[in-house]
Design a protein around this ligand. Structure first.
Ligand code: PLP
Length: 416
């Protein structure tokens, strides 16, 4: 251990950190904003906001095209960001990192390209009952197009995957398993490594939807041995419209392009086209250059804050919120898995989630209400009209949670 590690300052000053998030310092409906909708999208630090304007003020230019200085600078910054992503998830090579619009496009790319090449009539794809629509509808659509079968890993009443039957669910027809790493609705952290090991014993590749995992825990794609993984920039303190698809090189080599046009080609004649090398084969057209560069700034923010510090703060907030909410009485928690992230889905008495959400909004408190893009999970599995969801980020405070709990008491007094 060197001296820097010995004297590492472990104290975390949330108020100091909040100074980096100008959006938090405002009133909504006459009350200080309390933003508890972080699982939908989290807020951006100044370093990310500045990196977007800095890009347009200093190096805006197209990438991989011009020989001129600005284009070279933009290309360098764009590729440096890809390298940051590679390091962030410990991929073997930057060739395995494809910039996409977000998790949704990452899944669509795999369903469309891998699906086109590998899924045939009668084949099977496995997902879980707790998927976000973006890791469900693309596979449903692929199955419809190919006359393939979509199977579901079931969820128990606590919101955990029932994996006892996974071995039986996998057959020689299974071509891919795609699973959410952390559920955005239940907060469950799924045992993805175990799923991957089981799948690989049957030579079935696994895709992970890491949209909710990337902001909360260290992702190591080599250790997990996942074959595909996608996450969105806007859920890791970065901008909207950018995300990444990770895929093992052997899959990307074999998969056909997802979209066609400039950038994804090596040479074009009137008769034929030779596709570009990885990862450009999957990045047709002018990419979201400023988004990719600012995604790098978001990763810098996470690294400088420390994923452990983020996880500790979120755990503290989660525990505090659960204690305060249990005191209120009449709250039904949806998703009580042993392994949980800082997401709390609940119903207050028999009050409709929308009513709870609107009263909280009047108090300046932003929570999410409804299906959270997991309609089958809420409606068919849990038979609910929706839930209220509070989700925390590193910049939230225990004082904010106290105000949130007081808000819930008010809702209960008014409507229960
Ligand atoms: N998967 C999960 C678990 C999510 O929470 C979300 C977004 O809420 C997505 C996928 C889709 O992400 P995006 O809309 O950024 O593509």
């Amino acid at each position: 251990m060197n001296t820097i590690e010995l004297h590492k300052d472990t104290s975390f000053d949330v108020n100091k950190l909040r100074e980096q998030f100008p959006i938090l310092n405002q009133s909504v409906n006459g009350k200080p904003l309390i933003y508890l909708d972080n699982a939908a999208t989290n807020q951006k630090p100044l370093s990310v906001i500045n990196s977007i304007s800095n890009y347009y003020e200093t190096i805006n230019s197209n990438v991989h095209r011009g020989l001129h200085t600005l284009s070279e600078r933009a290309t360098e910054a764009y590729e440096a960001s890809r390298e940051k992503v590679r390091e962030f998830i410990n991929a073997k090579s930057a060739n395995e990192i494809v910039f996409v619009r977000g998790t949704t496009e990452g899944v669509n790319l795999v369903a469309s390209s891998f699906g086109k090449a590998n899924i045939n009539e009668g084949d099977e794809i496995i997902v879980t009952e707790m998927e976000h629509h973006s890791n469900l509808v693309p596979w449903q659509n692929l199955c419809r197009e190919k006359n393939a079968v979509l199977k579901y890993i079931p969820v128990n009443d606590e919101g955990e995957l029932i994996l006892d039957d996974l071995e039986n669910l996998i057959t020689e027809k299974t071509k891919i398993i795609s699973v959410v790493y952390i559920s955005n609705t239940l907060g469950t952290i799924n045992p993805v490594k175990k799923i991957i090991e089981t799948a690989h014993r049957h030579n079935v590749p696994v895709m992970l939807d890491a949209a909710q995992a990337a902001p909360h825990l260290k992702i190591d794609v080599q250790n997990l041995d996942c074959d595909f993984l996608a996450f969105s920039g806007h859920k890791i303190y970065g901008p909207t419209g950018i995300g990444i698809l990770y895929a093992k090189e052997k899959f990307l080599e074999d998969m056909p392009p997802y979209q066609f046009g400039g950038e994804m080609i090596k040479s074009v004649s009137y008769e034929q086209t030779v596709y570009n090398e990885l990862p450009y084969k999957f990045e047709a057209g002018t990419p979201n250059i400023s988004g990719a560069i600012s995604l790098g700034a978001a990763i810098d923010f996470i690294n400088s804050t420390g994923l452990e510090v983020i996880a500790d703060q979120e755990k503290k907030l989660f525990d505090h919120a659960m204690n305060r909410m249990k005191e209120i009485g009449g709250i039904r928690f949806i998703g009580t898995a042993k392994e949980k992230a800082s997401v709390i889905s609940f119903l207050l008495e028999d009050i409709h989630p929308y009513d709870t959400g609107s009263i909280l909004d009047n108090l300046g408190i932003a929570v999410r209400t409804g299906f959270h893009c997991t309609q089958p999970l809420i409606e068919q599995r849990f038979k609910l009209p929706g839930t209220v969801r509070a989700s925390f980020a590193v910049y939230n405070t225990t004082e904010e949670i106290d105000i949130f709990a007081e808000g819930l008491k008010k809702v209960k007094q008014m409507l229960a």
